[in-house]
Ligand binder design. Structure first.
Ligand code: PLP
Length: 385
């Protein structure tokens, strides 16, 4: 059966160009970049090249790029590394809709005496900017706010937040795992201090990430050991991963405008067809200010898991906004923070596209999705018959 993959915010296909580029680094160029011999040493220049490719995509200096193992490590390093460097400050400002890679770390820090402020969002998922600005004070070690939400695609005004933090001498970190490669970013024109990237969200392999660290930012290493990454992140480099994320960034930079407008067109076609053909559904998130690839739709009166299972039978991969935990269906923390009604939050599905989706796939999904929704509604005890 053909797979129609609409789950690109979960992970992406490795680009063929990336797979080709990294192949020699498994069995031919497998030396350790820290070795004294030429065989290992030659890898160093390839890593430098990857660092330049990443830097070019986000508009920073190559020396400001630290390679990590994933977005989660980058987020953890940004938070814990900042707190370790600024031991006298006890407050962290974040949002209620962050990814668990940030939110879980912050909530754990609360148990260690830190004052955690979780800024709220409105019904469209937009950040309460007044609350955020008000909270920045002399005790604030870090403001950590994502660039765009992974569930709804809502984009946050991180440029404005970074301006405020810079004016007040506070470090600003943004989890840009869902934005890098999808919307242009130019860090040379922003006050962002720390920014997280994940390779597998932008057509590089799993197991590699990046933490951008603005020159001069105080940050203690999270991983300690060897002197890799100029002492900022110990551990023998994941060479194929690093080469892969470099190439993926180069590909993203080359076509970011055309690809994203093509992806947005496909997303909009899918979304408007669903809204037209399925009654009682709504889009979650800020429609005016969203990632071009993401559509989060709530289908009233039916369960997200049931929708996913039936879509799966047609080869359509998407994801649900609720997680089945210990027998009870918990709606996503993001939709709850937005105040999405219970009945709608339970039936929410995220479709997330990539440059590899085709018009033909969209037409196929437009044909199958109403069949799934209408059949489940027929079976639903909550729908009047
Ligand atoms: N941050 C956001 C916004 C994400 O969407 C994800 C993954 O879904 C992560 C962090 C974690 O990234 P990784 O899977 O590379 O650890």
């Amino acid at each position: 059966m053909k797979i129609v993959y609409f789950d690109n915010n979960a992970t992406t296909k490795v680009a063929l160009e990336v797979a080709e580029e990294i192949k020699p680094f498994f069995c031919e160029l497998y030396g350790n970049p820290s070795s004294m011999h030429t065989f290992g040493g030659q890898i160093g220049s390839r890593i430098r090249n990857a660092r330049e490719q990443v830097a070019a995509l986000i508009g920073c200096e190559p020396s400001e790029i630290v390679f990590t193992s994933c977005g989660t490590e980058s987020d953890n390093t940004a938070i814990n590394g900042t707190l370790a460097a600024l031991p006298n400050r006890r407050k962290i400002i974040t949002s209620r809709v962050e990814h668990p890679a940030v939110l879980t770390v912050c909530r754990e820090l609360e148990n260690h005496g830190y004052n955690i402020i979780e800024v709220g969002v409105d019904s469209l998922g937009r950040l309460d900017m007044d609350q955020l600005e008000e909270q920045i004070d002399d005790d604030t070690a870090l403001v950590t706010i994502m660039s765009a939400n992974n569930e709804t695609g809502t984009i946050f005004p991180v440029g404005q937040i970074a301006k405020w933090t810079a004016e007040r001498g506070v470090i600003f970190h943004t989890d840009a795992v869902q934005t890098v490669g999808k919307i242009p970013i130019n860090l040379s024109k922003s006050n962002i201090d720390l920014l997280s990237i994940s390779g597998h969200k932008l057509h590089a392999p799993k197991g590699v990430g990046v933490l951008y660290v603005r020159k001069g930012t105080r940050l203690s290493p999270f991983m300690r050991g060897g002197h890799q990454e100029a002492g900022r992140r110990a551990g023998t480099e994941n060479v194929p991963g690093i080469i892969g994320i470099g190439k993926a960034c180069e590909l993203a930079a080359a076509n970011i405008h055309e690809e994203n407008s093509r992806v947005k067109k496909l997303r909009d076609k899918l979304e408007s067809a669903i809204l037209k053909s399925c009654p009682d559904c709504r889009v979650n998130g800020d429609i005016e200010n969203r990632l071009p690839n993401t559509s989060n739709i709530s289908f009233e009166f039916i369960e997200g898991e049931a929708i996913l299972l039936r879509l799966d039978k047609y080869g359509i991969c998407a994801s649900s906004g609720s997680a089945c935990t210990s027998g009870s269906l918990e709606p996503s923390h993001v939709l709850r923070a937005m105040g999405v009604p219970f009945t709608a939050a339970h039936g929410s599905i995220r479709f997330s596209l990539s440059r590899y989706n085709t018009e033909e796939e969209i037409d196929y999904a437009i044909e199958k999705i109403p069949l799934v929704i209408n059949r489940l509604r027929e079976l639903s005890p909550f729908v009047a018959k």
